[in-house]
Design a protein around this ligand. Structure first.
Ligand SMILES: Cc1cc2nc3c(=O)[nH]c(=O)nc-3n(C[C@H](O)[C@H](O)[C@H](O)COP(=O)(O)OP(=O)(O)OC[C@H]3O[C@@H](n4cnc5c(N)ncnc54)[C@H](O)[C@@H]3O)c2cc1C
Length: 455
């Protein structure tokens, strides 16, 4: 932009709202972050982010995007007690065996969601011109008389429902998450509301915290036990701040992991890899646990709408919420925030909403395809399975056994699922050649054997 705009308002100060405030802060005189919650001042849980009790993995592509957006933030996560965990310290059980992970340039952040959010929030709010208006709910947009351009937002106080406030703005960004009022607002203004793509997965989560001994699992700090296509159970463990393990057990297609300690331990013991059970068994539990259901994930296709009001953008989970098993949401939100900055520099506010949605569409599409592709491998998940999906699934079945043996192929896989590389990189001549040379159609996996034994 060749001039600074006056005022941007970001609705929702979750992870997406906070990271969107960052590129706005250097391009607007004032940025107001609005949230209906009263936000904590430290790394604490809050009602508006109920998913915050469960493992929140900042995948390798998220680590690099966070560092680009907020230099120093990743180091601060570590300085505030979290970890940066390189791939040789992970144990990833996928496709019936453990991936051979040796590339220490691939790192995840070992921190709870409240810590991640606090680090980003503190940095975003410290930027010049950024202010927080918490305890206010966004109720309605204001527009020009012809409704072609958004001019502000009406808010209602959470403390006193009779108290209202109108904020005038040169740009409104809606990052209010899955329950976003934008489809309703658009309809009320005479616009089409977005079509929704949805995949029903009926996932349930149970999470508990345990004391962590640095010698646990030989110093490993991150474990993933994938849910095999013929099973419904999996889990993940992450070393988080204050020498704790955060362990999330996952059930798909209606399977519900319990939170109560004995049931939690037995569920972990029923997985096809024993690593999570080994962590939990005998460890000191530090909380009572939390549960959460995630029936479906959905993509609101704002990018396909014929028109959107000017000076208005919808982003983050308000556009697309992904199957949490794949740890993509925060990383996609950072990619969207980066796109917002680039589009503002190239085009100013002209058609900002549609331009940013279109620029971030490929990263959303990649994340969506990755998660839906894996979920559709479960025969009971309802959804279309076109030829490209079948070819891709067959290719992955050949690739995984190679990734169990060859560190370079394992790293290529992690670079894709970790959102550094685009999925087509798995077809690069080098990887393709290795897969075709060394891959073979899978025999019965240990996972299948385990599931059969349990049944
Ligand atoms: C169980 C679970 C596990 C997950 N694990 C991971 C993971 O491992 N890695 C990962 O990257 N992602 C994960 N995610 C996804 C991740 O939580 C989100 O993608 C990410 O937080 C971005 O969300 P958001 O900010 O768009 O929305 P939200 O986190 O839902 O935040 C929305 C904000 O808007 C506020 N708000 C809502 N309505 C209004 C209103 N009308 N007015 C004002 N304020 C409002 C809310 O209080 C909240 O602060 C997980 C999600 C779930 C459900």
């Amino acid at each position: 932009m060749n001039h600074r705009e006056a005022h941007a308002v970001v609705l929702g100060a979750g992870l997406a709202g906070l990271v969107h405030a960052v590129p706005l802060a250097t391009r607007f005189d004032r940025v107001t972050l609005v949230d209906r919650d009263i936000l904590p001042r430290g790394a604490e849980h809050r009602g508006g982010v109920p998913q915050g009790h469960h493992v929140h993995l900042l995948v390798p592509g998220g680590v690099t995007r966070m560092e680009a957006l907020l230099p120093g933030a990743v180091a601060e996560i570590a300085a505030r007690g979290g970890y940066l965990i390189p791939a040789p310290e992970w144990r990833f059980h996928m496709g019936g065996d453990q991936l051979r992970l040796e590339d220490d340039s691939l790192r995840v952040a070992g921190a709870t969601r409240p810590l991640l959010e606090a680090v980003v929030r503190d940095r975003a709010l410290a930027m010049e011109g950024v202010e927080l208006l918490d305890g206010w709910t966004a109720r309605e947009l204001t527009t020009t008389d012809d409704r072609t351009c958004v001019t502000g937002v009406r808010l209602r106080s959470q403390a006193d429902p009779d108290e209202h406030l109108t904020l005038d703005a040169d740009l409104i960004v809606d990052t209010t998450g899955r329950g976003s009022p934008s489809p309703r607002w658009l309809t009320a203004l005479g616009y089409e509301s977005p079509k929704e793509e949805r995949l029903q997965v009926d996932v349930h989560y149970a999470t508990r915290l345990f004391r962590r001994d640095p010698g646990d699992l030989g110093g490993c700090r991150h474990v993933l036990v994938d849910v095999p296509p013929d099973d419904r159970r999996g889990g993940v463990a992450l070393a988080v701040e204050d020498d704790r393990w955060q362990v999330t057990l996952i059930g798909m297609l209606g399977e519900r992991p319990p939170t109560e300690l004995d049931g939690f331990t037995q569920y972990a013991a029923s997985l096809w890899s024993d690593d999570l059970h080994q962590i939990i068994d005998g460890a000191t539990p530090l909380d009572e646990g939390a549960q959460r259901a995630f029936p479906s994930f959905s993509w609101q296709r704002y990018d396909q709408l014929a028109s959107l009001p000017q000076r208005y953008l919808v982003s983050g989970d308000a556009v697309c919420s992904f199957d949490p098993r794949f740890g993509q949401g925060m990383t996609v939100a950072m990619a969207e925030a980066a796109a917002l900055g680039e589009i503002l520099d190239q085009h100013g506010l002209d058609d900002i909403g549609r331009r940013v949605l279109s620029a971030s569409q490929p990263v959303v599409q990649d994340a969506w395809d990755l998660a839906t592709g894996a979920d559709l491998a479960h025969p009971e998940v309802q959804g279309p399975r076109p030829l490209p999906w079948k070819l891709n699934t067959a290719y992955m079945q050949r690739l995984l056994p190679v990734a169990h043996r060859e560190p370079e192929v394992a790293a290529a896989l992690i670079r894709v699922v970790g959102m550094i590389d685009r999925p087509q990189q798995l077809m690069s001549p080098r990887t393709l050649w290795r897969v075709l040379r060394d891959g073979r159609a899978p025999e019965t996996t240990s996972a299948e054997t385990h599931a059969t034994t349990r049944a």
